[in-house]
Design a protein around this ligand. Structure first.
Ligand SMILES: C[S@@+](CC[C@H](N)C(=O)[O-])C[C@H]1O[C@@H](n2cnc3c(N)ncnc32)[C@H](O)[C@@H]1O
Length: 240
């Protein structure tokens, strides 16, 4: 049973409630991917498929892949735009994704969920056509980590953060009733991610660290997202 099977309904609820950081991740991935019309795109770790459906509605032909059968069941329960298919496969060592088949690959908020993130980069490289683009997003390695905690700004708002260490490790959040408390996550410094991406053969194109717009309402312990980017997004090409 995949780790997310038990948490698929919970995760689906977050997306239905349009949680700001997840919304931001979709916008970030779409911005890194650029024009998708007519392109063949693979979504690695697609979850309940929201980003895959958005990409398909923008005219992409989308193959959306996840290890969690329950996530895929949820994905299939949504009305599907044309040219979208869901597959159960492992992004670390896929058996159903042909080499050189895609114009773009995206891994939105999934690399923190895998022990072998380098294998995901190698998969992306293998299944892209020459000149193809990979975009990936993770929770920001500097500010969203086991060593980062919300800090009172002196006026009762948790709008600052204290970061006390910076090292790779698997961790579990202490915030009750959260996905990261239940499933944990891999934390890796920014250089670990980017160097692995380059080692896989990609040429770096863009890095983005967006903050949440002031008009968007945030939970009290997430107010720092207005100032400190909660996400890192990166894109790179497979040289043609
Ligand atoms: C945090 S969710 C993100 C889902 C989706 N990308 C989104 O942004 O809404 C992470 C997803 O990655 C999937 N996942 C984790 N490891 C995977 C792997 N090795 N291969 C395929 N999917 C994987 C999980 O099952 C889960 O659905």
């Amino acid at each position: 049973m995949a780790a997310y099977d038990e948490w698929s309904a919970f995760y689906d609820g977050l997306i239905r409630r349009r949680i700001p950081v997840i919304e931001l991740s979709f916008e970030l991935s779409l911005s890194l991917l650029g024009d998708l019309a007519g392109k063949s795109v693979c979504d690695l770790g697609c979850g309940q498929g929201e980003l895959a459906r958005r990409m398909a509605r923008l005219g992409a032909r989308v193959t959306a892949v996840d290890t969690s059968e329950r996530m895929l069941d949820l994905a299939r329960s949504y009305p599907s735009p044309p040219h979208l298919r869901y597959l159960r496969d492992d992004a670390r060592k896929p058996s159903l994704l042909p080499p050189g088949a895609f114009d773009a690959v995206v891994a939105n908020l999934m690399l923190m969920d895998t022990d072998e993130f380098e294998a995901v980069f190698r998969t992306a490289y293998a299944i892209l056509a020459p000149g193809g683009l990979m975009a990936w997003t993770v929770t920001h390695p500097c500010f969203e980590s086991p060593y980062s905690e919300p800090l009172d700004d002196g006026q009762g708002r948790l709008s600052h953060r204290r970061v006390s260490r910076y090292a790779p490790q698997w961790w579990q959040s202490r915030r009750p009733n959260t996905l990261r408390a239940a499933l944990g996550a891999w934390h890796r410094p920014l250089s670990v991610y980017v160097n692995a991406f380059l080692r896989a053969g990609f040429r770096l194109v863009r890095m983005e660290e967006p903050v949440v717009e002031r008009e968007v309402a945030l939970e009290p312990d997430q107010l720092s997202h207005y100032e400190l980017p909660p996400l890192l997004g990166v894109s790179g090409v497979k040289p043609g």
